[in-house]
Design a binder for this molecule. Structure first.
Ligand SMILES: Cc1ncc(COP(=O)(O)O)c(C=O)c1O
Length: 423
């Protein structure tokens, strides 16, 4: 299975066989090309989850016995590690959630709901994942019930699959309170230059960055990006489903309402109502997803050891190869993304390419590919634009550090032979 690409991390990173061995589910004949949906799990993550259930299951910090206090200590350590991992200087900026969807809804309900006034605006991309679109529509409905009318202003996507920063800058005005943006787009695979976007915005406009796809694929530093909020999906970063992270910059802490008031929430009950006792607990509540957070801790250690720069370089090489090999196939049409050139040069990709093939619907193509053992995602990929046909169905191929050149070559050869059969 070992093949190397000159200039790619395939030849310079960790040994391919060592990487593959880390992910036990990859030992089958099926070829997994759906890492944007969820990544495979490395052995340390699997062992961490199993150990929690098998050896010392307890509720974290709720008992005075060692099993419980050790878990509380470990969660504190993982919070600190997560802060470092995303570039935050303060662990109190790190909130554990049930996923990126919950984290984005927390921004809408805990910051925007109390904060926005009649006539305020949020800028968003209608072609982003529904989790970064619907919470803002839900917010607008909730605010309308209390007589506040806010505007949701859509902005464009570039042919390279990134947020159109010029369009955002042109649409930003004194009433723009928040711009929400995908870092790495989950269908198009374009990586938006968020630091440049931040520089184009007034300092008082807040910036929310959906790092669900970038978190495990490229180094992310929330301070370099200039994010006020950033969300991460642990299951797309070698962790387990039901765990996510909300980074919430200190500058907004005093403007937040609690998210899930209940056991262990950072609030005090006063005659006037709930009063904050501080972050990050203000946005947490109830028994946390303990095995999920422990798994996240192990996942971050694996990502650190593999090095996200190496992961990014590996996926850049694979993306180029997918595009180069699909491009000559008759009937292939690429969605926006790394297949589209910027002034003559191919824009870099980070492991996501989406396309259609003339003569066969994407769902059907997905079935045929699955019959040949290629596991890809088909459909609209949770994009819900206002005009239902605007997004359209496509096939999305997505890779990670464990994906090999040979797998990608077999996949593109399979698409080529299907294309030949149907023309
Ligand atoms: C860009 C993006 N945002 C948000 C989400 C939702 O993440 P979660 O499953 O953690 O709620 C996804 C998941 O597919 C995604 O790709």
């Amino acid at each position: 299975m070992e093949t190397s690409t000159p200039g790619s991390a395939l030849s310079t990173g960790p040994r391919r066989s060592d990487v593959r061995d880390l992910f036990p589910a990859l030992g089958t004949t099926d070829i997994y090309l759906d890492s944007a949906a969820t990544t495979q799990k490395p052995r340390p993550v699997i062992e961490t989850v199993t150990d929690y259930h098998r050896r010392a299951t307890a509720n974290a910090g709720r008992g005075s016995y060692p099993w419980s206090s050790r878990l509380a200590t470990r969660i504190t350590e993982i919070r600190a590690h997560t802060a470092t991992f995303v570039g935050s200087a303060h662990p109190d900026e790190i909130v554990f959630t049930s996923g990126a969807t919950a984290a984005l809804n927390a921004v809408a309900l805990c910051w925007a709901l109390p904060e926005l006034r009649d006539g305020d605006q949020i800028l968003f991309n209608p072609l982003d994942h529904a989790s970064n679109v619907l919470p803002w529509h839900h917010l607008r409905t909730l605010l309308a019930r209390t007589g506040r009318r806010i505007d949701l202003v859509p902005y464009r996507t570039t042919p390279q699959g990134t947020a159109d920063i010029d369009d955002i800058a042109a649409a930003t005005g004194p009433r723009t309170r928040l711009v929400t943006v995908a870092h790495l787009h989950h269908v198009y695979g374009g990586l938006t230059d968020v630091a440049r976007l931040r520089a184009s915005l007034p300092p008082e406009t807040l910036l929310c960055v959906d790092c669900s796809q970038s978190g495990g694929h490229v180094p992310v530093d929330v301070r370099t990006l200039g994010a006020d909020f950033a969300v991460f999906a642990a299951h797309k970063m070698f962790g387990t489903p039901g765990t996510g992270v909300l980074y919430c910059a200190r500058r907004v802490h005093d403007r937040l309402l609690p998210f899930l008031p209940g056991g262990d929430t950072g609030v005090r009950l006063t005659a006037a109502g709930l009063e904050s006792t501080g972050m990050p607990r203000l946005l947490e509540g109830g028994t946390p997803n303990i095995p999920g957070i422990l798994a996240l801790g192990s996942a971050l250690e694996v990502l650190d050891s593999l090095d996200r720069r190496v992961i990014a370089e590996h996926n850049r090489g694979l993306t180029r190869r997918v595009v180069d090999r699909l491009r000559p196939i008759r009937g292939i049409r690429f969605l926006p993304g790394p297949a589209h050139t910027v002034t003559g040069t191919i824009s870099p990709g980070y492991g996501i390419v989406s396309f259609t093939l003339d003569g066969i619907g994407s769902q059907d193509l997905g079935f045929v590919l699955a019959e040949h053992g290629f596991l890809v995602r088909t459909g609209a990929h949770c994009v819900r634009p206002p005009e239902p046909d605007a997004a359209g169905d496509s096939v999305r191929v997505s890779t990670q550090i464990y994906t090999t050149v040979e797998e990608v070559d077999r996949f593109t050869a399979c698409v080529a032979s299907i294309a030949e059969e149907i023309t």
